[in-house]
Every structure is written in C-alpha cells, then in structure tokens.
Ligand binder design. Structure first.
Ligand code: ATP
Length: 192
C-alpha cells in the first residue's frame, strides 16, 4: 500500500514522516528526491538548462534562487519545470518501491493534491495546524519573515480545499498527541 502524506508549509508533515520512519515504515520524501535530481541527474540538468539558460547552474550546482525567481513570475515555466521533475521523481519512486518489502510505505510530498499525485496513493494522510501556528513555526525554523512564509503559502492550496480530499486528517498541535495518532494509524495499516 502506498500512503500519501501531505500538509501545507509548517504543518509538521516532515515531523510526522519521521514518526512513521521511526516505527520502521519506509518513507520516500518526494521534495528531497526532486532536489537530488536537480543536482545529479544528467537528463534533468540538461532539460533545466534548456529551459532556464546557463544561469540555472552555478559552479555545477543548481541556482535555486534564480530558478525560483523565474518560475514565481512565469507560470508556464513552472509548468515546464514540473513536467521535467515530476516524471523523474515518479520513476525514482517506482524503482525505490520495487526494493521495499513492507505492508505499506509513505510517500511524503508538500504538494500532492495540487498535481493529482493522490491518485497514485491508496490513501492520503493530511497534516494540519492552525495558520498562525504554521507561520510562526516556519519563521522560527527558517529564520525568514512572516511575509515570505505567506508568499510560499500562496503557492499551495488552502487547507480547506485539501481536507475533503484526505482520508485521514492529523491535527498536529501537541507532539505527544500527534505521536499517539501516528501509532494508531500505523496499527491500522500494518494489519491491512
Ligand atoms: P515544510 O513544508 O515547510 O517543509 P513541514 O510541514 O514539513 O514544513 P516541519 O518541518 O515538520 O513542517 O515542522 C515545521 C517546524 O515546526 C519544525 O521546526 C518542527 O520541529 C516544528 N514542529 C512540528 N510539529 C510541531 C509541534 N507539534 N509542536 C511544536 N513544534 C512543531
């Protein structure tokens, strides 16, 4: 079984993913794999250079601020970048999955419903938290301004739109309580 795990910025989805990993569940972190592909995969690097020009890489490393600034003001470029990254991440996931022998695996992605990724999952867990709590967590974690967090939030669907599409919603406020919920979910999926 493939269980999708998603949640808006600062909801705590990486924290929840780690709880599953600590229980021995294989966790595939799609955003991390996407970053690795940008750094290592020759076909992806070539396609990104074709799309964004030579400034997309500096000293062989992806120039993320440059790429981010282009896609921020050009939705078509964002669509084209996703069309390069998403199939490559999907291929990596397929290969990764073929090596796992567990009752279920977790596929963690910040943006899942937005690109239809939930359709490849048997169920989706969505992590939520009150908006102000999410903002202050990210301000603290990333040492960024509130405005920047709000800008990043604008690129994601609001929670109200995602919650009805999720199979399980975990409200992550108190860490101990969240761990108890994760353990219950784990029992459910291990038995199935
Ligand atoms: P992003 O999408 O930005 O990667 P995320 O949803 O993966 O965010 P985390 O990185 O897991 O969120 O959590 C954001 C910050 O809030 C982290 O510093 C984390 O340690 C902290 N945090 C997560 N859950 C809780 C909680 N229940 N109580 C207090 N702090 C928390």
């Amino acid at each position: 079984m493939i269980i999708g795990l998603t949640g808006g910025i600062g909801s705590g989805k990486s924290t929840v993913a780690k709880m599953f990993a600590d229980l021995g569940v294989p966790v595939f972190i799609a955003d991390l794999e996407g970053r690795k592909l940008l750094e290592e995969d020759e076909a992806v690097i070539k396609a990104v250079k074709d799309l964004f020009g030579p400034s997309a890489y500096e000293d062989g490393k992806p120039n993320r601020p440059y790429i981010a600034s282009v896609v921020f003001s050009d939705p078509e470029k964002l669509r084209q970048l996703n069309a390069v990254i998403h199939p490559a991440v999907a291929a990596r996931f397929k290969e990764w999955l073929s090596r796992k022998h567990a009752p279920y695996v977790i596929y963690e992605a910040a943006i899942l419903f937005e690109h239809g990724g939930h359709k490849n999952c048997d169920a989706v867990i969505m992590v939520t938290a009150p908006k102000e709590m999410r903002i202050s967590r990210v301000v603290q974690r990333d040492r960024v301004k509130r405005e920047e967090v709000l800008q990043r939030m604008d690129n994601q669907w609001p929670e109200e739109k995602k919650i009805p599409l999720a199979d399980i919603v975990v409200e992550n406020i108190d860490l101990d309580e969240t761990l108890r919920i994760v353990e219950k979910i784990h029992q459910l999926y291990v038995k199935n």
